[in-house]
Design a protein around this ligand. Structure first.
Ligand code: PEP
Length: 276
């Protein structure tokens, strides 16, 4: 039986180029995504880390997706050194497909460069660039139009957490940021408490479970059964030392990792926790 199932998966892989769909359809399992956000870090020399990541991935079973979102200048050369197991993504996009938008990059341009995911609504974009949820929703729609998967980030501030407003804040922001239609292949959500990003602070496992639980409920409300397979990543000071505990929490389907994604050794230690 296992053998025939394996053959069916391989057959589907060669037919559709999709490694996991049949497996997920049969088991209902969600494939973990370990995503690195390099932010404004990365020169051509940093491609060595991507090369090393590609090589190191061969040492692990292919049980989780791996993604690096470098500065956009590195998307093309990173695609050239990455194997098919290392996906390459971008960190933001303009909602329009093309036009007079100096300095911006559309989802189409990023897809053309080789990006398969785009992070949208990161708290640094929301605070530094005034990108509000309605704009994030437009970006998400742009990603779908261009055939790339948006990773929509949401999270509460420290003050909102102190006031006990975490769940309400996350649900309110997410409701306004998500696209009209979505499923497990076309949307990823990242819960990133703003106070946990780059600070070394992390919510307790119970707190993460509670927030991921309400996000899951919202996704099911919005997309019915399709909402069950949409990946919900945790982001905010995830490191090799806390990854196993965080990734084991209910409804945590991966991580969005900033600082610890810059070095292949740290990033792969997190990947190792995901496939253990
Ligand atoms: C991020 O910027 O998305 C992030 C999670 O950063 P860090 O892992 O450094 O906290």
């Amino acid at each position: 039986m296992t053998f025939y199932f394996y053959i069916a998966c391989r057959f589907q892989h060669s037919l559709l180029g999709e490694r996991t769909n049949l497996f997920k359809m049969v088991t209902g399992m969600v494939r973990t995504l370990i995503a690195g956000n390099w932010k404004m870090n990365g020169l051509k020399s940093s491609l060595e880390e991507a090369k090393k990541t590609t090589q190191m991935l061969n040492d692990f079973p292919d049980k989780a997706d791996c993604l690096i979102c470098p500065p956009s200048t590195l998307i093309v050369p990173m695609k050239e050194v990455a194997s098919e197991r290392l996906h390459v993504g971008a960190q933001s996009c303009h909602p329009e497909a093309s036009g007079a938008f100096t300095g911006d990059l559309s989802a189409e341009i990023l897809a053309d460069a080789g990006a398969s995911y785009v992070i949208v609504g990161h708290s640094e974009r929301r605070s530094e660039h005034g990108e509000r949820s309605a704009y994030v929703q437009e970006q998400a729609h742009a990603c779908l139009r261009a055939g790339v998967t948006p990773i929509i980030c949401v999270g509460e501030s420290f003050a909102q957490r102190e006031r006990g407003e975490t769940k309400d804040t996350v649900v309110r922001i997410l409701r306004k940021s998500v696209p009209t239609l979505a499923d497990s292949e076309t949307l990823v959500v990242a819960y990133e408490p703003r106070w946990a990003i780059g600070t070394g602070l992390v919510p307790s496992s119970d707190e993460i479970a509670e927030v991921h639980g309400v996000i899951r409920e919202l996704l099911i409300e919005l997309y019915q059964d399709r909402g069950r397979g949409i990946r919900i990543l945790y982001g905010g000071s995830m490191k090799p030392g806390n990854a196993a505990e965080i990734l084991a929490i209910d409804n945590v389907n991966g991580g969005l990792i900033g600082g610890a994604s810059l070095k292949a050794d740290d990033f792969m230690a997190i990947y190792a926790a995901a496939v253990a």
